[in-house]
Ligand binder design. Structure first.
Ligand code: ZN
Length: 462
């Protein structure tokens, strides 16, 4: 029967086709297309309009992009989702005068509401994945209620349900956020059971170590002393700095041995150095893909070694821009000049570097993050054209997916990967980085499902 033969050999038609636009896949080759087909939540085909439209069946939905642009869904590699959902539209660096202490959430219903508020906000921004950096029992009595074990339970309860509109990667926290931890609690925490959830919706690959503070407060642990002669501190363990450093190193080794991705809040160069030299001694990060968060005072020499050892770096350009003056009051001029070396971070071959918000400390708006990073690169003499802007966009899509160990199935628009994407009113590569913050997010799709449509939205967009 030729008909049956035909039906068997032809692929089923797509559920949906976008056509008539510009699709930037942000794969390593920086492929572009004008049309994209989606079936069963996955990208089925990419190409030119005629070729992709020829796949359509009678039930295929066609969306004419009329020149709009499709990018992979944005992945914010460091965003405190529950805290953001509870605080929005308050952002710490924009309204430091508002009260940043005190209880925000009480009980599972509050937590669920905060998570859903976060999901809605992120959908309106085109963000389809994020890393929730630090949730665990150490914060069960925490003052805001945004980081304790109940939050993990609330995420687990939502995982994979239709209410979840962004994929979550979560780091466990066995100590305080922005504070102290002990070796015994950390070690015990590594064997706590994790909730079972579909890892494509809720994945808990690793553990956060809160190692040092921040440079403006002179609590970042530094090689070259601050103007007052101090060298900062570590929050790991107790005793003098050498005891704390030994505890910190032990935590890295324990996390590594337990098969956990180790993500360290490390702003000072010595804090980065301990992470790096420990991982080097372990033979590299390998598939665990450990990384430093912030890295304000990381050195160019460390960046090259990080690339070789497979240690990544997650940075926040907007925080760097907004706290520069504050930092200037606390550090030596030579330290300031070396701080936040975005040009070296950008230029280190093989370094797994991602851009992120740290919202609600700073804005979750990735358009501002990318534009701020571009401005910082130009400020250091590196013109940002099409290739550089594409690379910056990859630092909020493809590279965070690598940090998540998920590059096989998300982070770029390629056949067989999940249909997580955002539609923008204009092509940022054509418009240029200066205009990126004004480009509108028209639609957001996660797993082949629309989770945001600007024309249908009711004032949710920031
Ligand atoms: Zn943070």
């Amino acid at each position: 029967m030729p008909l049956a033969e035909n039906a068997a050999s032809r692929p089923l038609p797509p559920d949906l086709i976008f056509h008539g636009g510009i699709v930037h896949c942000l794969d390593p080759k920086l492929t572009s297309a004008s049309a994209l087909a989606v079936r069963d939540g996955l990208i089925m085909a990419l190409g030119e309009d005629r070729e992709i439209l020829s796949l359509a069946g009678p039930l295929t939905r066609r969306i004419d992009l009329s020149g709009q642009c499709v990018l992979p869904g944005i992945n914010d590699s460091h965003l405190h989702g529950v805290w953001l959902g509870a605080r929005w539209p308050d952002l710490m660096l924009e309204s430091p005068e508002s009260n940043w202490h005190g209880r925000l959430l009480d009980g599972p219903e509050d937590m669920r509401r905060a998570i859903l508020a976060c999901f809605r906000l992120l959908a309106s921004l085109g963000i389809t994945s994020y890393t929730e950096p630090g949730i665990g029992p150490g914060e069960d009595e925490g003052e805001t209620g945004c980081f304790g074990s109940d939050v993990l339970a609330a995420y687990a309860a939502l995982a994979g349900t239709p209410a979840q509109t962004a994929r979550v990667t979560l780091l466990s926290l066995h100590g305080l956020l922005d504070g102290a931890s002990t070796l015994s609690v950390f070690e015990a925490g590594l064997s706590l059971p994790k909730p079972t959830a579909d890892p494509r919706w809720l994945s808990i690959p690793g553990v956060k170590i809160f190692a040092d503070g921040i440079p403006p407060l002179r609590t970042a642990w530094v090689e070259e002393p601050y103007p007052d002669g101090s060298v900062g501190t570590l929050f790991t363990g107790e005793g003098d700095l050498s005891e704390r450093a030994a505890t910190y190193e032990r935590m890295i080794r324990l996390g590594h041995a337990a098969g956990e991705q180790v993500a360290v809040h490390a702003t000072g160069d010595r804090t980065v150095e301990t992470l790096l030299s420990t991982v080097e001694a372990l033979g590299g990060a390998g598939r665990l893909r450990h990384y430093a968060i912030h890295g304000d005072l990381v050195t160019p020499e460390q960046l090259s070694r990080m690339a070789r050892a497979g240690v990544g770096l997650t940075v926040q350009p907007v925080i760097a821009a907004m706290t520069g003056a504050w930092m200037a009051g606390a550090l030596r001029p030579e330290q300031i000049a070396r701080a936040f070396p975005i040009d070296r971070i950008f230029g280190t071959t093989g370094l797994r570097a991602t851009l992120s918000s740290d919202a609600p400390v700073a804005t979750p708006d990735w358009r501002r993050i990318v534009a701020t990073a571009a401005g910082q690169l130009e400020g250091r003499g590196l013109p940002v054209g099409r290739a550089e802007l594409s690379a910056l966009l990859r630092m909020m899509t493809a590279i965070p997916a690598e940090q998540d160990g998920a590059e096989d199935w998300k982070g770029t628009l390629e056949v067989g990967k999940v249909a997580d994407l955002c539609v923008l009113s204009q092509d940022p590569l054509k418009a240029g980085w200066q205009r990126l913050p004004e480009i509108a997010v028209e639609r957001t799709m996660v797993d082949g499902r629309f989770v945001y449509d600007r024309t249908a939205a009711t004032g949710e967009a920031p």
